[in-house]
Design a protein. Sequence first.
Length: 275
Amino acid sequence: MLTAPGTLYVALMVLGPAALAVAYSFWTQTYVTLDRTPTLANFREIATDPLYRTLILRSVIVAGLVTFLTVLLAYPVAYYIAFHVYRRKALWLLLVSIPFWTSYLLRVFSWKLVLGYNGVLNSALIWLGVIDKPLEWILFDVNAVVLTLTHAWAPFAILPIFVSLEKIDRSLLEAAKDLGEGPFRAFFRVVLPLSMPGVIGATLIIFIPTVGDYVTPALVGGSEGAMVANLIQVQFGKANNWPLGAALAICAMLCVTIAALAAAALLRFLGRRIR
């Protein structure tokens, strides 16, 4: 009885729209005429049209690359705060959370100013004599999307990894040292396996929403950095083809689920092998 209100709210706000999207994906629409006859036409179109396959594959690859880079860069920061900061640890965590104080949209616009044709990066490289003319491939390309998303999701990776590292019993490291383990072997045999729950959590937190990110590809990706969420927005907006947009969303959700389960299983396997 105590959980009934929350369960009902989740069912209405999450499961209801998801069920409606599944229903729409099996319908068809021509201009303003919606045909509710069940069909697999939308999924056949997605499977046969190379544009849809390319965008879905690009979204999964970009999300995987962003997740890998973010976790790789976040782990040393979390490790340093957990094991080498003894005073004012709360201050360090506050500094990590500072990006949350700024709108996500403003942070993306900031990267647009940095990576632009006459932006900060190109101007600095020209002033240093590294390049003769501005680089054109760093903005409105998939590279800009990866860089911007990696920066935007960094705090979401640092915090769960830090929590896992903070919970590690320090006496285990002392025992490893007494048994003759060096710092590197102790890290790979004690610290890394025990921090794997935080790594898995950070991976899922970053990968799942990154696949469906719409704002960043729209602002800094251009046509070369467009992802499946941008195509879904077009189908629900200008194209006025809600069934096809719903089918694209379902396909993206299935890809996210499969990739997330595979990544979690791989990380658990690596954690057991490290032990």
